[in-house]
Design a protein around this ligand. Structure first.
Ligand SMILES: Cc1cc2nc3c(=O)[nH]c(=O)nc-3n(C[C@H](O)[C@H](O)[C@H](O)COP(=O)(O)O)c2cc1C
Length: 209
């Protein structure tokens, strides 16, 4: 099959785009607003985009705090305070991660709502999710607004520089590597589907010279 997004119909029961860029890492973004109210939400339009310095990004659609909300609370908080944390989502925190995607008001602390523990960060005001094995403390760089087919399709990409990295010691091997199989990170597929990385699904290949 072939279709041209925005021009011709795919003819499928659901837009397949999200099911084609897979698996997507999930950035579990914690932030605070100026008043100090904590916000936590998952973003699968999320990735690392540079190595030195390490830079990450996530992309948010319109907000869902109210019907006329134009931006996500995460984006608004980060633009206000200039700081955020990316927490790694794992098999063990999958239900809590999902709970933090609830469309609740800006004054609701989703971290507490999901029964998670807030832990102070070292370099930024936003707290970390204590239950996550990895935390990336980030300083806001900029927001880039992407063109949408309609005003409600507009996405804003938020970039941040990683200024502090926490890895729980129990997830570092004797050889000094991150034990990904032990962490069991989860990733987003399309529809309502997810994938989990276990030690038996990891394989190794040497890159050609
Ligand atoms: C696994 C998962 C991934 C998500 N990825 C995104 C995303 O990339 N962009 C987005 O706008 N919303 C995404 N959402 C929805 C947001 O998490 C949801 O709208 C949330 O309420 C936004 O919270 P905030 O306004 O507090 O930032 C995702 C939800 C889930 C469960």
């Amino acid at each position: 099959m072939f279709y041209e997004p925005g021009k011709t119909d795919h003819g499928l029961s659901k837009n397949p785009f999200n099911s084609l860029i897979i698996p997507r890492p999930i950035g579990w973004i914690s932030s605070v607003d100026k008043a100090g109210i904590v916000n936590l939400a998952p973003y699968s339009f999320f990735n690392a985009v540079s190595y030195r310095p390490p830079i990450v990004m996530f992309s948010g659609s319109r907000g869902n705090s109210s019907p006329d909300d134009t931006h996500k609370d995460s984006q608004r908080n980060i633009e206000e305070t200039g700081e955020f944390v990316c927490n790694l989502t794992t098999w063990d925190t999958r239900d809590a991660m999902n709970a933090t995607a609830s469309a609740v008001g800006k004054d609701v602390d989703e971290l507490a709502l999901a029964g998670l523990t807030a832990e102070a960060s070292q370099c930024v005001s936003a707290p970390r999710v204590a239950e996550a094995p990895v935390h990336l403390e980030c300083k806001y760089i900029k927001t880039t607004e992407l063109p949408g087919e309609t005003p409600s399709d507009v996405y804003c990409v938020v970039f941040g520089q990683v200024v502090g990295i926490h890895i729980k010691d129990e997830f570092i091997t004797k050889d000094g590597q991150v034990d990904v199989g032990k962490m069991r990170p989860i990733a987003r597929l399309g529809y309502q589907d997810y994938a989990v990385v276990n030690s038996d699904t990891i394989f190794t290949m040497q890159r050609p010279e």
